[in-house]
Write a protein that binds this ligand. Structure first.
Ligand SMILES: Cc1ncc(COP(=O)(O)O)c(C=O)c1O
Length: 419
């Protein structure tokens, strides 16, 4: 379906007048802007019928690509049968997804609570940790991102997001990601949990350094602190393992998921925890609830997602493709050393840190002109992330690298060439 440029103007006006005076402008990335009209697999089509290769992947939502036909079919069948549950009777889709997640998750993660987003999952995990330990304090990392609701924001390591809403929840202590000494000093007998992203996403794609998560696990166990792994962005195959913690053989007490869990079709989030953690809810299962969490549509989407990730061995493919892509981007970094400061990542969660923020802005624009979707990370606008669908073909990956080369050349021409 093609819609006209006049609809673009109308939608821009409606954004300005009814959504946000600034957001619409921001989403135009300095250009005339586009309306998102349809999407399939790795491609998003705009109002002029232009097809964009999606290297942003909805920040981890579209791990199966857009509108995966099997997920859509499962959701459509459920839609006809029972879209939302009464919540008075038991829900088979919820029970089956919980079983499948428990079978897939590492270690003794066995109990699930379902919700609708990443922040909601983090909220629940923090509450559960306080309940299970009867301790008030929390430890989180600088530069982390866990969401923007009050609790999740309280453990998000970006001052600019937190400060306007203070006072937030008390007794949150921040440590540098990867610094064992700081962690050791902060895990006191008052601490309920240490929450950490195994790969910081919005922080600029930083992979936990070797030994860090293993030591964190050991310290938490010794001190009765729960380890919460936030795999909202890096989980479900993206890092090259089904769960990123598996790279380090670490078993968290609580695992937090969202984004890819809904198969790119339905919003879904989950908290997965050990029996010890869940003991805190014994006799009071209604202490933490959500009306829409674990709805049948989200649960069938989640089950189908797990099935496809495993059947098509997408974590292993992400590892192979990620290694290739990091190699290619590193070559580009060598070709354009004045533009690119560093390439880093794991699997198909890759960050390219530009030498200057204005280079990143220009590059995203040049990539868009070449019909490639790219975005920077929220806490670090200098870092452009690549999180394509795990289903991406070799041809599309090659096309992405070719576009990057052209976009880098155009950016170099704009900023570096002395005329
Ligand atoms: C690691 C991590 N945790 C939590 C969240 C919050 O998820 P949501 O935006 O669905 O609330 C995000 C979102 O980017 C995230 O990357």
């Amino acid at each position: 379906m093609e819609v006209s440029n006049s609809e673009l103007h109308e939608v821009s006006r409606l954004y300005r007048e009814h959504i946000s005076p600034d957001l619409g402008r921001l989403m135009k990335f300095g250009g005339p802007g586009s309306l998102e009209v349809s999407a399939q697999d790795c491609r998003v089509v705009d109002h002029l019928g232009r097809s964009y290769l999606d290297l942003a992947g909805g920040y981890g939502v579209f791990s199966l690509g857009h509108a995966h036909p099997e997920v859509v079919a499962a959701v459509q069948a459920q839609l006809q049968q029972l879209p939302l549950s009464s919540r008075v009777m038991l829900s088979p889709p919820q029970a089956y997804l919980a079983r499948d997640l428990a079978a897939t998750a590492p270690g003794r993660l066995q109990y699930c609570f379902f919700c609708n987003s990443g922040a909601e999952a983090v909220e629940g995990a923090l509450k559960l940790a306080r309940l299970a330990t009867a301790r008030p304090a929390l430890v989180a990392c600088h530069n982390s991102y866990h969401g923007k609701t009050m609790g999740a924001l309280s453990v998000t390591g970006r001052e600019g997001y937190r400060q306007p809403f203070e006072p937030l929840i008390p007794q949150v202590h921040f440590v540098d990601f990867g610094d064992v000494g700081q962690l050791k000093a902060s895990l006191t007998s008052q601490v309920a949990a240490f929450i950490v992203e195994p790969i910081q996403g919005e922080g600029g794609i930083y992979v936990a350094p070797p030994g860090y998560l293993e030591t964190a696990r050991q310290l938490c166990t010794e001190r009765g602190v729960l380890l919460i792994a936030d795999e909202v962005q890096c989980g479900l195959g993206r890092s090259g393992r089904m769960f990123a913690v598996e790279h380090w053989g670490v078993q968290p007490d609580i695992l937090v998921l969202a984004k890819a869990l809904g198969g790119g079709v339905v919003p879904a989030g989950a908290i997965v925890g050990t029996p010890e953690v869940w003991k805190a809810l014994k006799g009071r299962p209604l202490l933490h609830t959500s009306t829409f969490g674990g709805n049948p549509l989200a649960c069938v989407a989640g089950r189908k997602t797990l099935e496809i990730l495993q059947r098509d061995q997408l974590p292993a493919k992400a590892e192979r493709d990620g290694n290739w892509l990091i190699g290619q981007l590193s070559k580009l970094a060598a070709e354009f050393p004045q533009l690119i400061a560093q390439v880093r990542g794991l699997g198909l969660m890759i960050g390219v840190e530009m030498a200057r923020e204005e280079f990143a802005g220009s590059l995203i624009n040049e990539l868009l002109k070449r019909h490639l979707l790219a975005v920077y990370t929220l806490n670090q606008p200098k870092v452009i992330r690549l999180e394509p669908p795990l289903t991406i073909s070799s041809d599309d990956l090659q096309q992405a690298v070719d576009c990057w080369r052209q976009a880098l050349a155009a950016t170099a021409e704009r900023f570096l060439v002395v005329r």
